[in-house]
Ligand binder design. Sequence first.
Ligand code: UDP
Ligand code: MG
Length: 335
Amino acid sequence: SNNAAPDALSSRAGYQMASADEIKRPRLSVVAPAYNEEASLEVFHERASASARAVAGDDYEIIIVDDGSADRTFEIARSLAASDPHVVAVRLSRNFGHQLALCAGLSICRGAHVLIIDADLQDPPELVSEMFRVMEAEKAEVVYGRRRSRAGETAFKRGSAKAFYRGLRRLADIDIPADTGDFRLITRRVCDILNAMPERYRFTRGLVSWVGFRQIAIPYDREARFAGTSGYPLKKMVRFAVDAITSFSILPLRVASVVGLAASLVSVMAILYSLVAWLSGHTVAGWTSLLSAIFLVGGIQLFVLGIIGEYLGRLYLETKQRPLFIIDDVYRSQG
Ligand code: UDP
Ligand code: MG
């Protein structure tokens, strides 16, 4: 084509543009990233299949993306694909993380509607019927689940998640709904737009909000994990939060300059004070305040530099334009 830009973007994400009539679109794609989910996958398959059948008859596919699991997740996904032609098992070359695994799944799925869901059954697949109903009734492009409750999660996780979503809403330039995960039903149009976004620090629920159109929330109760353990320990949660904030806001940089300005004003007052002290002959005292001031200003400088470094580092990593994920294997028994 004579318009090269979309292709350049899409090939970077491993995504092939194709016109509607080149592809036989199933009515629904279910996309589930899975990391060490061997104990959940079979039950997930059962419940997701029944839910998909309720809205799409036989016209659906289930994409399971194995994100470099250390257990038998891929073997199980592949055997599900061997016995069920609706299932596509995708293996990444290593662990790329939840968001990029999801990105890989979105690039492979072909459905006219796409359900994004976790493989650990914390998001009930049965909700897809209600999501379809709302999507059609409201003519929405996105229907997302809002967590009314979260079972089986520690008070710390619930508290930190709550604080995070409140904080993010204040910081971000766009309106990211609170208490939502990536559990949502999106249209092909939104999926194509997400696939054309080249950024590697992906906070998918924020990207979906950013796309716009009509987006409707429906409440649900988040269940406990069916089996296994969370792939988001504290360290990853913090990184995820920093990714989310830096992807959607440069407010921390502005805060950095405000903090710098405030520190400078305090310094001016301290200088005036020390001049007065010198003129009145009290120059020996002041060791404590001198030391405190040095530590304080040094600390503020490093903190502000750190914030700048966070953005600079991301800028650096984005400019390399490496692929977002590498697909090792795609297994489907037909089609
Ligand atoms: N996941 C993934 N790669 C990772 C970590 C998690 O694909 O590196 C998957 C995981 O299998 C699950 C979903 O992403 O389907 C959400 O992860 P998890 O349940 O660990 O997060 P939590 O629900 O505790 O926030
Ligand atoms: Mg989970």
